[in-house]
Design a protein around this ligand. Sequence first.
Ligand SMILES: NC(=O)c1ccc[n+]([C@@H]2O[C@H](COP(=O)([O-])OP(=O)(O)OC[C@H]3O[C@@H](n4cnc5c(N)ncnc54)[C@H](O)[C@@H]3O)[C@@H](O)[C@H]2O)c1
Length: 437
Amino acid sequence: MKRICVIGTGYVGLVSGAGLADFGNEVICSDIDAEKIQQLQQGVIPIYEPGLKELVDRNVKAKRLKFTADVPEAIRNSEVIFTAVGTPMGQDGEADLTAVEAVAKTVAQNLNSYKLICTKSTVPVGTGEKIKRIIATFKNNGNEFDVVSNPEFLREGSAVGDFLIPDRVVIGVDSPRAEKVMREVYRTLFINETPMVMTNIPTAELIKYASNAFLAVKISFINEMSNLADAACADVHVIAKAMGLDGRISSKFLHPGPGYGGSCFPKDTNALAKTANDLGIRMEVVNAAIRANTNQRESVLERIRDLMPELAGRRVAVLGLAFKPNTDDVRDTPAEEIVKGLRRMGADVVGYDPIAAENFKKYYDPELEIKESVWDAVEDADLTVILTEWNELRGLDLPLLKEKMRQPFVVDGRNILSVEELKALGFSYRNMGRSKI
Ligand SMILES: NC(=O)c1ccc[n+]([C@@H]2O[C@H](COP(=O)([O-])OP(=O)(O)OC[C@H]3O[C@@H](n4cnc5c(N)ncnc54)[C@H](O)[C@@H]3O)[C@@H](O)[C@H]2O)c1
């Protein structure tokens, strides 16, 4: 059992803090956002993440998990400091390390004993060295410290399960002492025989970017195949299924859609490309995936124009605003560009999302008319556009949809509606790679 502080209590920090407490550690989660901490102290979870409330409550009750807005105090009282602050995209595509560097400085100023500083934020290769330099520069005593890279692979929407039962844990260390501490922090996972990749710090830093970039490439590949399938009257689902039966390819991440979004893939692919460029290395494949993803937003708009060339004054219901289901996160959501595009074409847009509607309004479109239910949103609509594969949209009652809409026109950006049923009901439709079958 270790005394741990997690700095940054967002999607990653809160799940990791609660998960580390569940592994038996004594954890204090800390954030500069005092309002967020106040909510957590009152038992309110500031984000939507299935299962997180139960995990937090259980560990608070067991007195293994606390919250504070006093970051320096949290550092002084802990041996292991996890950094889970944001690393958003900077102006030239690089990862903005302002928060990571600020935390390193605060750690240095509060280094009242040996501490291990463990980076969970996604940071470019070389950041571990940078953190070491900052702490060495700003510390004002002889206390020792170690720096570790422990990138996080959880997925929003299934973050709790991903953290508690991960596919693998990657730990980049450069001292036996740090390795020993990390083995104690993750003792539960070592006992469970979770695959642990113990490596050096630069390798651990690159593993995270390599994984996200590879998945982004896979998504962009199948998205481009879906565009080709539509042009060639083929069925991308059958293509993906047959490809996935090849064990070298695997069926995961072969679902076409409006392009990847969220707080990770867009910024991480850009950051990797920028790092490679700075190091004089060409990464054509990653750069192509980034371009293909931008094009994919436009390809949804093309399908919309193809189905309904005159959008001015038409009522369009956009169902799904989050970048994926089971989250309230709208960072880099495809809905942003697509709603904008619809507006540019003069459409009268109305939105619906079971969880993320408020965030969408707050961050992108305060004027957007939001409806409380699917059925309110599609009432008298000329066109319905599906952008997130929420379960309730997968099970959409198509006869009722037809009854509610003014005209039966649908663009299924996630391929969740049955083509056979759409056809049988007389809908005019487009989807991603199954439009012409
Ligand atoms: N969201 C994901 O699915 C995911 C998955 C894996 C890795 N990551 C990485 O984890 C990191 C965090 O992502 P997130 O989605 O949790 O971000 P987030 O924006 O939800 O949370 C970041 C938190 O850090 C706090 N913060 C910022 N500066 C601070 C400082 N100086 N001191 C204390 N707190 C500070 C913010 O107030 C915020 O609460 C990023 O590097 C991201 O790339 C995210």
